[in-house]
Design a protein around this ligand. Structure first.
Ligand code: NAG
Ligand code: NAG
Ligand code: NAG
Ligand code: NAG
Length: 190
């Protein structure tokens, strides 16, 4: 990518000769490999069973963090996506926690205090743990198994649960760089 960028910059510097940088410019949003764009961020579900700390480390190894939830709009989109990508999986770690003796919940991945907390029925139960999962209630009947909406629930951080990682959308400007005989396409940071 950086070599393409250099071509573009080199062309700009030649504008006073016969060479032009004429470009159409377009902004595109890209997710890291294996992440999917959901709402305004990139998500990845990992079905392996890890405790909160291991799950957090796994996300960090991908330049990501555990899931945070910032508002109802985002929450609804995530909740529609989860059963598609991980059907029948009722539990996922989020980055929400009150570790370190705080009484408020924080999103570890963003450092923000959790202001929007869509609790599952009967929650929160602060004495049962310090970390937050998304939990769907499982309804097993003769007709089959259905899951309710995933909502926040308190869980002991040492329990093994699958997790969701989040990474920011990477925004690029796609520039079409033109010299007298050829076109180049370059991605540069927006
Ligand atoms: C993406 O997922 C595949 C299959 O699980 C894995 O082999 C590959 O290493 C992953 N790529 C990255 C960049 O994590
Ligand atoms: C979490 O579980 C561990 C191991 O069972 C236990 O020692 C600890 O007290 C529990 N923490 C909470 C907050 O319940
Ligand atoms: C479970 O599913 C059955 C059949 O679909 C339904 O009648 C019942 O209301 C459901 N129970 C709960 C707690 O959602
Ligand atoms: C324009 O780009 C083409 C293709 O890379 C290159 O061969 C040519 O030398 C360039 N022309 C000028 C005037 O820079």
């Amino acid at each position: 990518m950086s070599s393409t960028k250099l071509v573009c910059i080199a062309l700009v510097s030649l504008v006073f000769g016969q060479v032009y940088l004429v470009a159409s410019e377009e902004t595109i949003a890209v997710c890291p490999t294996n992440f999917t764009q959901v709402a305004d961020k990139c998500l990845l579900v990992d079905g392996s069973w890890k405790n909160f700390y291991e799950a957090d480390r796994h996300c960090r190894s991908l330049n990501a963090g555990l899931l945070s939830i910032s508002n109802p709009t985002e929450f609804n989109v995530i909740n529609e996506w989860l059963p598609i990508v991980a059907p029948y999986q009722p539990e996922f770690w989020t980055s929400g926690n009150k570790l370190g003796g705080t009484s408020d919940y924080y999103w570890q991945s963003t450092g923000e205090k959790a202001l929007y907390l869509p609790w599952q029925t009967g929650q929160p139960t602060p004495t049962t743990g310090d970390c937050l999962i998304l939990l769907a209630n499982v309804n097993m009947t003769a007709e089959g198994t259905t899951l309710s909406e995933h909502r926040l629930s308190v869980r002991n951080c040492t329990k093994w649960v699958p997790h969701v990682c989040e990474a920011p959308l990477q925004i690029f400007k796609t520039q079409l760089c033109l010299n007298t005989t050829a076109f180049f396409e370059a991605k540069v940071p927006a």
